[in-house]
Design a protein around this ligand. Sequence first.
Ligand code: 2AM
Length: 178
Amino acid sequence: MRLFVALDLPFALRQQLALLAGRGIPGARWVPAENYHLTLRFIGEIQAWQAEEIDHALAGLRAPGFALTLAGVGTFSKGGRSTQLWAGVERCPPLDHLRAKIETTLQRAGLPPERRRFAPHVTLARLDNAPEAKLAAFLQGHNLFRADPVPVAHFTLFSSLLGKEQAVYTPEVEYALG
Ligand code: 2AM
């Protein structure tokens, strides 16, 4: 199974994000609102026995809840091409703390360390040859995007089934924050 650890987002926040999406960028494959999430740690393909160990380890993690504010929009690029459009996150030390704890916990459960820097984001669209001028206009137009803060009281282990059109993400286990 293919797993990742993420924050799911409350309905009202998904709606605010969806207002950003869907228009103005040819070549954008917009993520459906039910798929919005903030990845804390991508795990990838693992065996069922290892998933059980991961679940057990995550269940023992203790970290405080916090408020999360999504703000700003940006892109990731590869080889000079924009590949992803996302909504960003306002500076949030408890989020960084949670993500660090998850990382240590998963390493202790036997996963290799995540080498990529944590760049918290919610992917809004994947981009196939989107015109850079349209992207620039989108970024400028939504520069001041700031969603209402939402309380984060748990994090979630998701499974992911890659589909032809969109992946199907299923929340498998929720872990409460103190
Ligand atoms: P993304 O939204 O920035 O693409 C489920 O696939 C989640 O895991 C996505 O949010 C994806 O981030 C994230 N992810 C992180 N590393 C990944 C990888 N190597 N392959 C696929 N998804 C990854």
